[in-house]
Design a binder for this molecule. Sequence first.
Ligand code: SAH
Length: 211
Amino acid sequence: MTSQRTRDRLIERLQQQGINNQRVLEVMRNTPRHLFVDEALSHRAYEDTALPIGFGQTISQPYIVARMTQMILASGMPSSVLEIGTGCGYQTAVLAQIVPQVYSVERIGALHQQAKKRLAELQLYNIELRHTDGNGGWPNLNYRFDRIMMTAACADIPRKLADQLNHNGEMILPYDDGDSQVLLKITRRHDEFETEAFESVSFVPLLPGIS
Ligand code: SAH
């Protein structure tokens, strides 16, 4: 069930759904998603569906991972990406095989530790992980990122995060208006922010504090 054929079928499905960035498709074909879920669920790892990872959290649906990664790359190769919500680390692993440097924060200590171990096992070394509340952005305030990807839904866009975007930097996030969630792209132009809305999505909520 984790065979190359099963993986190839997932990639075909992503292509049918409009994912056409060849690098994204190639990386997702070769990233072992089954290593990011519990062994009992590994036979479902190449289905195009979100799966539970414990602590009430999920590994994102492959289509969403592909879609958001493709959006991150749409206006050129960023030198750095900050991910909010490491979770199991799968999206982090996909990003790290494409962009030069990935930073990722997770509020749940046990998930942070597990992701750290898995990503080291995959020998992905261009990743920095922190156990912290992503509402505050990356702990070192001097950092500025070309892209920020939020993988948990928020109702208010955290100001500190927006402040950590470079000029012309872009933030991709699931925005929750109380009724439904939509994927937003926010582009920073000096001190102004432009917003563009895309398809509706379903993410776990961005929560405050750490645990
Ligand atoms: N990127 C993951 C998605 C994980 S689900 C993947 O590849 O599948 C979203 C994650 O965001 C959860 O692990 C949750 O604990 C985390 N999260 C929620 N609020 C957060 C916050 N304020 N700061 C950091 N992480 C947060």
